[in-house]
Design a protein around this ligand. Structure first.
Ligand SMILES: [Zn+2]
Ligand SMILES: [Zn+2]
Length: 195
């Protein structure tokens, strides 16, 4: 009996969340993403109280995550931009000027879903201490200091994490922004990956 009442209450709650999320979704992917985050914390809290699986709530959450995925772009914004720039460079100056004249000056906003690695701050700290303000690529001093006075260097992975590289002191190096960018975009750069 108690169980039946509880199940009923959960279904009511799930329906209420559904109405609320449908409403929020009208405002776009950004607000929906924030609301889903809140909703998930709420589900976790409820579960800690009831010790139940709260399936109806999860079902509603899953449903709106799917909706959000459809509303958002996947990881490709930067790549698309680079391809579009190459295309723009190839069109004539007149064509480009014409497009610029009628272009929207307030760019459209998109929400990007991406998968990132949670990097170990100790690896970053250790590599920065090892470099001691000197780029491990070109041997020059860091180009400027951060607002907190530390020399500005970026910690890069010799073998990319996405390619299975380790998030370790041995696989990382501290680089000035130029050396770092070259490693990601340069034509002449070969590899720092250990053979
Ligand atoms: Zn450098
Ligand atoms: Zn890098």
């Amino acid at each position: 009996m108690r169980r039946g009442t509880r199940g009923f209450a959960t279904t009511i709650a799930a329906n209420a969340w559904k109405l609320y999320l449908e409403d929020i979704a009208q405002d776009g992917a950004g607000p929906l993403s924030v609301a889903l985050d809140t909703f998930l914390s709420h589900i976790v809290y409820i579960q800690s109280k009831t010790k139940g699986p709260e399936a109806p709530l999860h079902q509603v959450h899953d449903e709106f995550v799917e909706l959000l995925k459809g509303m958002a772009l996947h990881e490709t914004v930067a790549e698309n931009l680079n391809a579009a720039v190459q295309k723009s460079l190839k069109s004539s100056a007149d064509e480009r000027r014409e497009r610029l004249a009628s272009a929207n000056r307030q760019p459209e906003q998109v929400v990007v879903l991406t998968r990132a690695f949670r990097r170990n701050p100790d690896v970053i700290a250790e590599v920065l201490l090892r470099a001691d303000g000197t780029c491990e690529g070109c041997g020059q001093s860091a180009p400027f200091e951060r607002s907190d006075g530390r020399p500005y260097l970026e910690v890069h992975h010799r073998r990319r994490l996405a390619d299975g590289g380790d998030d370790s002191v041995e696989n990382a190096m501290a680089l000035c922004p130029n050396c770092h960018r070259e490693r990601h975009y340069g034509i002449n750069y070969v590899s720092d990956a250990p053979k």
